[in-house]
Design a protein around this ligand. Structure first.
Ligand SMILES: CC(C)(COP(=O)(O)OP(=O)(O)OC[C@H]1O[C@@H](n2cnc3c(N)ncnc32)[C@H](O)[C@@H]1OP(=O)(O)O)[C@@H](O)C(=O)NCCC(=O)NCCS
Length: 147
């Protein structure tokens, strides 16, 4: 397995990024910010974007594993890679996600703990209702992990 830091032509990962954040103009707000990591296991399997939100506090803006490769440990590998990559550069890593059984348990397994929520974030910022697993997403839930 190999993790590559992607500096140019990030747009070519758009399809994968849209799996995690389905509205393209929302992805465009951060696609060229921070660091983008792509995990390859011969083929491209996962991608992730991390931004330093405030000094020493990093935020995962997007992480997605290709549908054919989900549930095989790639997302976990990439997040553990991020912890190693950032641990000497800061204090915490956080992630914001919808209140969904498809994502919260994934982050909790990796040691993230509930931090706070932004009420109605999905309703207020997206141009259409976002459903995950049949559930309408409303609040953005933030989870945090200290290095
Ligand atoms: C969420 C996502 C990135 C997880 O990546 P993945 O490569 O499928 O996850 P992994 O296989 O590495 O899973 C790591 C661990 O989390 C667990 N896990 C993953 N999703 C889970 C879920 N919905 N419920 C319970 N456990 C889950 C796995 O069982 C595994 O546990 P283990 O370490 O005990 O074996 C992936 O499902 C995805 O791309 N989803 C669509 C995009 C998305 O929603 N991104 C997140 C936006 S906030």
């Amino acid at each position: 397995m190999e993790v590559e830091l992607i500096c140019e032509n990030r747009e070519k990962f758009m399809d994968l990024l849209l799996l995690a954040d389905e509205q393209e103009d929302m992805v465009r707000k951060y696609i060229n910010k921070g660091e983008m990591f792509a995990l390859f296991d011969e083929n491209l399997v996962s991608v992730c974007i991390v931004i330093e939100e405030t000094k020493g506090n990093f935020e995962i803006k997007n992480i997605a594993t290709h549908k054919d490769y989900q549930g095989k440990g790639y997302g976990k590998y990439l997040i553990n890679y991020l912890f190693e990559f950032y641990k000497d550069k800061g204090k915490t890593m956080c992630v914001g996600t919808g209140e969904s059984p498809l994502t919260l348990p994934f982050y909790e397994k990796l040691g993230f703990k509930y931090s706070h929520r932004i009420k109605n974030f999905f309703i207020d910022n997206y141009n259409h209702p976002i459903y995950e697993n049949g559930i309408l997403l409303k609040d953005m839930v933030y989870l945090r992990k200290e290095f």
